[in-house]
Design a protein around this ligand. Sequence first.
Ligand SMILES: Nc1ncnc2c1ncn2[C@@H]1O[C@H](COP(=O)(O)OP(=O)(O)OP(=O)(O)O)[C@@H](O)[C@H]1O
Ligand SMILES: O=C(O)C1=C[C@@H](O)[C@@H](O)[C@H](O)C1
Ligand SMILES: [Mg+2]
Length: 163
Amino acid sequence: MGAGKSTIGRLLAKELRLPFKDSDKEIEQRTGADIPWIFDVEGEQGFREREQAVIAELSQQDGLVLATGGGAVMRAENRQALHAGGRVVYLHTSVEQQIDRTSRDRNRPLLRTANPAQVLRDLMAMRDPLYREVADIVIETDERPPRMVVQEILSRLEALSPR
Ligand SMILES: Nc1ncnc2c1ncn2[C@@H]1O[C@H](COP(=O)(O)OP(=O)(O)OP(=O)(O)O)[C@@H](O)[C@H]1O
Ligand SMILES: O=C(O)C1=C[C@@H](O)[C@@H](O)[C@H](O)C1
Ligand SMILES: [Mg+2]
């Protein structure tokens, strides 16, 4: 959360002249509900089922940039779908930066707790190895503005040998 998947995904798609999809936005559009509301009504489990269905569908489409939600990597089915579907970029961010970048909005239900910093630390410990497992490229985003991150992704993508 707060790594910049949505922000950087959109900019990257523009540079590549490809359509951009964001699984969180896609779920919101398809349900007509926002994410906190889905978590309230269906629980995290319900949200994860919707997320998996959207990722399975979109990762099969050619020629797009897909930003996932921060927790998508937790499911093996999602990791497999993403790996099979294209190149995967892990935007790594320190927990300190995540805290800063997520402090201004309230639409992340997992952070609506007394101690969001601790939640981010716990999630990072669980998720970081999974992101690294699925990623073709790991990019550091701390102290780098989005445009610089996008330029690095583009040059790292070019350097990858074809699959
Ligand atoms: N490299 C960066 N440097 C500074 N601020 C950034 C950077 N990337 C993103 N941000 C800012 O951090 C906030 C969160 O970014 P964004 O919503 O893109 O994160 P996300 O990874 O999509 O989060 P989530 O997992 O919750 O979907 C936004 O306000 C965005 O402008
Ligand atoms: O990190 C997470 O588990 C989440 C991140 C957001 O992108 C949303 O998918 C939702 O708030 C859950
Ligand atoms: Mg996002």
